[in-house]
Design a protein around this ligand. Sequence first.
Ligand code: MN
Length: 293
Amino acid sequence: MEVTASRESVVGDLTVRRALPRAGRRTIGAWCFADHMGPATVTADRGIDVGPHPHCGLHTVTWLVAGEVLHRDSLGTEQTIAPGQLNLMTAGRGVSHSEEATGRYAGDLHGIQLWVAQPEATRHGPPAFEHHAHLPRVEVPGALGTVLLGSFAGATSPARTDTPIVGTDLVLHRTTVVPVDRRFEHGLVVLDGAVRVDSEVLATGHLGYLQPGRDELRIESDQPARVLLVGGEPFESPILMSWNFVARTREEIDAAHASWNDDDGRFGRVDSRLTRIPAPTPVWAASPARGEP
Ligand code: MN
């Protein structure tokens, strides 16, 4: 297992630990971004507060350990999410959304937001949103799994996937051995506590990466712990990620930036009291020598 530390970053009012992308590790299957946020204390009217911003070429996956967040998007969706539930937004050619305080919840906020890159076959398609209030849960010796995406230990999530991937929340009571697909590469993000895999310690804020070729994964823990297991078939092509956009070429990214900043309708409108976030200049426009953020 390769272990890398996350970088701290600020999103809205929250400090987050960015586990993906990493230098030298842009994707795990189609998973291309992971921000572990909190635990933080929020009030009814001040918390995550990420104003309207656009996406293309990806799905956003929101999963909470504690707290509540209100999602609004340009499809007209207004959906509160609570722990154990899944918000899955498909950007396709373009969508915009905000993530807001609910107006009533105060307390701990703790969760993770991830992005899944869309393949060529769907990335120019229409935007969509799914909320899943109930997801399959499966007991394995030593742990309880909740299947966010794909299949795990015989249980399959009802949520949309465009490529062969898996995302499973694992609450460990002790050491567990879980079945995994040998065609998949995998990543582990520790949400609570610490675990050991292949004799390496993986603590909160670290990303563990595992190459394809395993039928099972032994996750050791003496204490209760919680990890998110993500995986998938190595992605079909390299991706180009800039700000909130996933594409393949600089021209596509430049066009997305211009569409959002010109508000030409491609990304729609979000009915939000929060301030719309402008697209920053792509790094290659600011510093032409480098191709990626
Ligand atoms: Mn977003």
